[in-house]
Ligand binder design. Structure first.
Ligand code: ADP
Length: 471
């Protein structure tokens, strides 16, 4: 899959996820709005019913009696006479109601007196609770009767509005009053300037909580899809990287083998030539070259085989008593020639005493060889390599320090990965498969040891190995 296709998929998938997210949000919002509309309808029905009930009550004789005004009221006489008319009108219910309503409304309108006395207030409270209950509205609510004429609440939550002497109470009420005043749930009652207002403090949270299960499940599923998507992209990139690395490896390996094969072929051809055949010294030289190149190839094969062995993960370590100092000195001796050829120096200081560890000799030796090889390879100028051994609690520490290229923090994170090579642009001057350190790491782990890297770009690196005395 090429990069363009991957990016196209990322963009399409992101757009699809975004689209699904937006649509879901609209669905949820729609459900909330619908819930609110339904809620509004029920509250309005309850309010209408409350109004009707209050009105019905007020139209009884008893109701009328209550609203008859006192004698000293300038409108009292009129009310009294209308009332008397009703009594006289022989209980015709229609007429009674009609006239009764008129009397009351007129009387109230003219007098400026509130419709609500103590008993009406009780009824109001009872009716509101009952009606809301009937409509299935079981949310906490505040209610109040607002008088436009006096521009204040006459009744608040079942009580006549308290006078403002109590500061704390008045503050509290102001808040309820304000919410009630702003509320859209309003119903004009008997007197046109008196209206009942309702307010539900927890309405918004209640509405949202009603769609909470849908919201949570859609969030979970969207997150799942998102997670799978991100993971898939991650895997695609990883696979792509692996395939690039494997390609590199194959190119590298082919190149590494091509040179010795070509050299061997050339040497063999030369031996075959009559001029050389007669000269024993020259034959020996060419045979030497063939052997050397052969050894080089063997080394390469060995590295690949080491890796193949690790891949199987069922390698068996042959533990023996390994004298670390001796192994280190031997390895340094082998590397010395190559280093000296490049005008470099290699110093060894074996201080560990005792230096015997329980380990597999071949692998310990390979580890040290690999690290020395790298110290030399990655020192572009004259290599200066220091190898030391020390005792630590329960084991021996081996340090291999160079003054070479060094590595960035980012590179250090990856050097133990299989096939990883620090990118060097197009310079292919240093050969390798990127397998050495992954082998080192795996073997150190198999010996229950540790490996630590201290390195600074441009200054050099220090690889510190630790192996326990006993396994
Ligand atoms: P190879 O040497 O075959 O590339 P390794 O696994 O031995 O593979 O090393 C991985 C990478 O770590 C190397 O490509 C190199 O960039 C970096 N590296 C290893 N040792 C050193 C060192 N002593 N100094 C600087 N870089 C190093």
């Amino acid at each position: 899959m090429n990069k363009k296709a991957i990016y196209a998929i990322i963009i399409l998938m992101s757009a699809a996820l975004l689209g699904i997210g937006i649509i879901q949000w609209f669905w949820i919002k729609w459900a909330v709005d619908l819930g609110k509309k339904n809620f509004d309808d029920r509250v309005i029905t309850a309010l209408v019913n409350v109004k009707d009930k209050l009105r019905e009550d007020a139209l009884t004789y008893e109701g009328l009696e209550k609203f008859r005004l006192g004698k000293d009221n300038p409108f009292g006489e009129k009310a009294q006479s209308l009332y008397d008319d009703i009594i006289r009108s022989n209980n015709s219910s229609w007429l009674t109601k009609k006239t009764g309503e008129e009397i009351r409304l007129n009387t109230l309108l003219l007098s400026g007196q509130s419709f609500f006395d103590a008993s009406q207030k009780e009824k109001l409270d009872k009716y509101i609770n009952a009606e809301l209950n009937d409509q299935g509205v079981d949310l906490k609510f505040d209610y109040g009767v607002y008088s436009k004429e006096s521009q204040s609440f006459i009744i608040l939550n079942g009580n006549f509005a308290v006078n403002i002497s109590d500061i704390e109470a008045s503050n509290l009420e102001t808040e309820t009053e304000r919410s009630l005043y702003d509320s859209d749930y309003e119903m004009q009652l008997i007197k046109p300037d008196e209206s009942l207002k309702l307010y539900f403090p927890n309405q918004t949270s209640w509405l949202w909580s009603s769609v909470l299960p849908q919201m949570i499940s859609s969030l979970i599923f969207t997150s799942l899809v998102l997670f799978c998507f991100i993971y898939t992209i991650y895997v695609i990139f990883k696979q792509k990287k692996i395939s690039e690395i494997t390609n590199d490896f194959i190119n590298n390996m082919t190149h590494e083998f091509k040179t010795p094969i070509a050299t061997i072929s050339l040497a063999a051809d030369s031996i075959n030539s009559p001029i050389i055949l007669s000269d024993e010294n020259k034959i020996k030289r060419f045979i030497g070259i063939i052997k050397q190149e052969n050894k080089r190839m063997l080394n390469q094969v060995e590295k690949v085989l080491q890796m193949a062995l690790l891949e199987k993960e069922d390698f068996k370590l042959k533990h023996t008593a390994v004298p670390v100092n001796e192994v280190v000195r031997q390895a340094v001796q082998n590397a010395e020639l190559t280093v000296q050829k490049r005008d470099g120096i290699i110093e060894v200081d074996t201080q560990a005493e005792p230096d015997i560890i329980e380990a597999d000799l071949t692998h310990i030796s390979n580890i040290i060889h690999n690290l020395l090889d790298n110290a030399n390879k990655y020192s572009p100028e004259k290599p200066e390599i220091q190898v030391t051994t020390h005792n630590k609690t329960n084991g021996v520490e081996i340090s291999i320090k160079d003054n070479g290229l060094g590595m960035s923090k980012e590179a250090i994170k990856h050097i133990f990965d299989k096939f990883y090579r620090v990118p060097t642009g197009n310079r292919h001057d240093v050969k390798g498969f990127g397998l050495g350190l992954s082998y080192v790491k795996a073997m150190v782990n198999a010996h229950k040891g540790t490996i630590q890297v201290l390195s600074e770009l441009g200054k050099g690196s220090n690889f510190i190995l630790f192996f326990p005395y006993r396994q």
